[in-house]
Design a protein around this ligand. Structure first.
Ligand code: M6R
Length: 612
C-alpha cells in the first residue's frame, strides 16, 4: 500500500521517478507526488489521481535535478486530495518525506507538535515525521541525529524516504516493517518499495531490514545503521527479474497477461518440484528437520483474500492427502482471537506479496506462541519470507494486476504438492498413489491451455452480464473456495455485488436472492458432490435464475440445464479447483472491461495491503 521511490543518478530525476511511480502504481493510485532537489532548492509537485495526472501537472510546472523522491498513495489517513498527497514537508519547506505504512502514535505526536506551535496542513499520519525532524534540528541536531531521534519516537509500520536542502547530496531513509529496497545499477541508485519498479536500470539490491535507517551518498554508497545507531554491513544480490517480466507484452492489461501465463507457470513449477520416477516432490527451501514434520499433529493455515481461498482448498489437501488436522484462519482474525495452540502445531502462512500486514501480524502472534511458521510466498525477499522460520517460493513470477490470478493457481498447486510431500514423510501415502497424482498434475498445463483457447466464449458472455447488479456463485467441497474466489474476483474488478456460497448452504437463506435477473454460476464438474450440485441447479432453474455452469467436458446433462455452459477438460476432482477458477478469472476480467472499469487497478484497492 503506497509506493515510494527515491533516486540519485545521472538521468533526469523527474522522468526516472515518473517511470518508477507508474510501475509502483499497483500499490495505490489515489494521488501522487514528487520532490526534487536542484542546487539546494526543494521543489514539490503533487496531483490527485493516477500518475498520469502528476505527469500532466509536471508538464505545466516542471522540476529539474538529479536527486529526488516520489510517492503513489493509497489513502489511510485523510481523503485523496492534493493536501494529503505525499511528499510532506516541514514547516520551512526544507525537507520532504514520502512514506508507506502507518504511524500508529501519530495522534499523540501531532498534539505534542501542535503544543509547540507547529501548524498541520494535512490529515495524514505522515506529516508528524518532517516536523519531528525539524524540531530536533531547531535544537541544533544534525539532520542525521534528528532523523535517528525521530524514528525512536515512531510506533507502527513504516518505510520512508527523505530529502533535505541542508544535505542536497544525500537520500535519507528509515524502515520498520514496510518494504524498502536499496537497488543500484551502473550510474543509478534507488530506494524503492519493490524491485520491478527499478529494472532494468538497477542490477543489484539489498532489502533493508526492519529497524535499519541511514542514507545514500551521491556516489551510491549505502550508509546503514541499526536503531541504536550502530553501523551495519550489508551484502547486495543480483536482481534476477527481467524487464519483460514487468511489461504487458502486447496484452491490453496485466491481468489478462497473467491469466494467460498460467500454463507456463504451472509447467515450470512441475518441472522444478516433481520427480516423477521417484514419486517425490522437491522442496529445496523446506526446513531440514523432517522428523519434526512427521510428528506434527495440526496445521493452521493463515492468509487473506484470494490467498485465504487457496488455504480453504489447501485444508482439503492436507486432510485428505497428508491426513493431518488442518484449520484455516483469516490472518486478521487469527491475530486477535488468542488461538489455543501447542508445540506440535505448525502455521503455514500464504501470501502472494509476502507483505500483507495482517498475515505478518499473525506470524508474529504465532511465533510469540513458539510455533514454527512456514510461509508460501511469491516474493522470497519479502518481509513474510524473512520473518517466517522457512519459506516456499510460489514461482509465479511478478504479479502486477491487483487481482491475484496466476499466484492463486500457483498457491493451490503448491498446497497439493506440499500435502503430498508431507504424506510421504508421515508414511500415509504409497509411492504408486503419489506417482498417479503427479502424472495427473503433469496434464494441467495443457488442460489450462485448452481452457484459455476458448476464452472468447466467456468474452461473449460478458456483454450479456455487464448490466447485472448481483451475481451468485455456488460450489461444494473443494470448489466452495472456487465459488468464493469467483465472487471476489467479480466484485473487486467490476463492482457488481457477488457472493459465493457452499451449494448445501444455499437453501438455508441465500436462495431468497434468486430472481430472473440474477446470474448464478454453478461449479458442477465431476466429483462426489456432482449430483448434489445438479440439485442446486434445478432449484435455481425452478426460480428462474440465469444458470451459468462450469461442467466437465462431455457432461451433456449439466450443459442442457444451463443457460450458459463452459466445459473443463476432465481431471481428477482434487485438481479441479485449479482448472475451474480459470473461466471465472476470465469472466471477471471481461465483465470489468465491458463495464469500462480498469481491471489492473480497481477502485479503492492496492496490490500489497501493508496496513492492518
Ligand atoms: O499478497 P497476499 O496474497 O497476502 O494478499 C492477500 C489479499 O490482499 C489478496 O489476495 C487480494 O484479495 C487480491 N486483490 C484478490 O485478487
Amino acid at each position: 500500500m503506497c509506493g515510494i521511490i527515491a533516486y540519485i543518478g545521472s538521468k533526469s530525476v523527474e522522468s526516472v521517478i515518473l517511470v518508477c511511480l507508474t510501475r509502483l502504481e499497483y500499490r495505490g493510485y489515489d494521488s501522487a507526488g514528487i520532490a526534487v532537489l536542484n542546487n539546494g532548492e526543494l521543489q514539490v509537485r503533487k496531483a490527485v489521481g493516477k500518475i498520469k495526472e502528476l505527469e500532466m501537472h509536471l508538464q505545466a510546472h516542471p522540476v529539474t535535478g538529479n536527486i529526488g523522491i516520489g510517492h503513489t498513495r493509497w489513502a489511510t489517513h485523510g481523503e485523496a486530495n492534493q493536501i494529503n498527497a505525499h511528499p510532506h514537508t516541514d514547516s520551512q519547506k526544507n525537507l520532504a518525506v514520502a512514506h508507506n505504512g502507518i504511524i500508529e502514535n501519530y495522534y499523540e505526536l501531532r498534539h505534542e507538535m501542535l503544543g509547540k506551535g507547529y501548524v498541520f496542513h494535512s490529515e495524514t499520519d505522515t506529516e508528524v515525521i518532517p516536523y519531528l525532524i525539524e524540531d530536533k534540528m531547531k535544537e541544533g541536531a544534525s539532520i542525521e541525529d534528528a532523523l535517528h531521534h525521530s524514528i525512536s519516537r515512531l510506533k507502527g509500520r513504516y518505510a520512508f524516504v527523505l530529502i533535505s536542502d541542508r544535505q542536497d547530496k544525500k537520500l535519507f531513509f528509515a524502515c520498520d516493517g514496510s518494504p524498502l529496497i536499496y537497488a543500484k545499477g551502473e550510474n543509478d541508485v534507488f530506494l524503492s518499495s519493490d524491485i520491478p519498479a527499478v529494472v532494468p536500470l538497477a542490477k543489484e539490491n539489498y532489502y533493508i531490514r526492519s529497524g535499519e535507517w541511514g542514507w545514500i551518498k551521491d556516489d551510491g554508497e549505502l550508509v546503514l545503521f541499526d536503531k541504536k545507531k550502530s553501523p551495519k554491513t550489508y551484502e547486495t544480490h543480483q536482481i534476477k527479474i527481467e524487464a519483460k517480466d514487468t511489461e504487458k507484452n502486447n496484452f491490453p492489461h496485466f491481468m489478462l497477461k497473467e491469466i494467460f501465463e498460467q500454463p507456463k507457470i504451472i509447467r515450470s513449477i512441475i518441472e522444478k518440484r516433481i520427480c516423477l520416477d521417484e514419486a517425490k516432490v522437491l522442496f529445496p527451501e523446506k526446513e531440514s528437520d523432517n522428523s519434526y514434520l512427521g510428528r506434527l499433529s495440526r496445521i493452521v493455515l493463515i492468509s487473506a483474500g484470494t490467498s485465504w481461498h487457496a488455504a480453504l482448498v489447501g485444508k482439503h489437501y492436507l486432510e485428505n492427502i497428508a491426513k493431518i488436522t488442518t484449520e484455516v484462519d483469516i490472518s486478521s482474525e487469527f491475530r486477535y482471537r488468542n488461538p489455543i495452540v501447542s508445540g506440535d502445531t505448525k502455521v503455514l502462512a500464504i501470501s502472494q506479496s509476502g507483505e500483507t500486514a495482517d498475515t505478518l501480524a499473525s506470524i508474529y502472534e504465532a511465533k510469540a506462541k513458539f510455533l514454527r511458521v512456514i510461509a508460501f510466498v511469491n516474493n522470497t525477499y519479502s518481509t513474510i519470507a524473512r520473518e517466517a522460520n522457512a519459506y516456499v517460493d510460489l514461482l509465479a513470477g511478478p504479479e502486477i494486476g491487483v487481482a491475484s490470478t496466476k499466484a492463486y493457481t500457483a498457491q493451490v498447486l503448491h498446497l497439493i504438492l506440499y500435502a503430498s510431500f508431507l504424506s510421504e514423510i508421515r508414511w500415509v501415502s504409497k509411492k504408486e498413489e503419489r506417482k498417479k497424482l503427479y502424472s495427473e498434475i503433469k496434464k494441467l498445463p495443457e488442460q489450462i491451455e485448452e481452457i484459455l483457447s476458448q476464452a472468447d466464449i466467456i468474452k461473449q458472455w460478458a456483454c450479456d452480464f455487464k448490466q447485472s447488479k448481483d451475481f451468485v456463485f455456488l460450489g461444494r467441497g473443494l470448489n466452495h473456495a472456487t465459488a468464493l474466489e469467483g465472487a471476489l474476483k467479480l466484485k473487486e474488478l467490476s463492482y457488481i455485488h457477488a457472493s459465493g456460497y457452499a451449494g448445501g448452504e444455499f437453501k438455508h437463506g441465500p436462495i431468497a436472492l434468486i430472481t430472473d435477473q440474477v446470474p448464478v454460476v454453478c461449479i458442477a464438474t465431476k466429483c462426489e458432490t456432482y449430483e448434489k450440485m445438479l440439485s442446486n441447479i434445478e432449484e435455481v432453474k425452478a426460480r428462474k435464475g440465469k444458470i451459468i455452469t462450469i461442467s466437465s467436458k462431455g457432461d451433456e446433462k449439466t450443459a442442457k440445464l444451463a443457460d450458459y455452459n463452459f466445459s473443463i477438460p476432465e481431471c481428477i476432482p482434487l485438481l479441479s479447483p485449479i482448472l475451474n477458477v480459470i473461466p471465472l478469472q476470465l469472466l471477471s476480467y471481461y465483465v470489468s472491461v465491458e463495464r469500462g472499469c480498469q481491471p489492473d487497478q480497481p477502485r479503492n484497492l492496492a496490490k500489497s495491503v501493508t496496513v492492518e
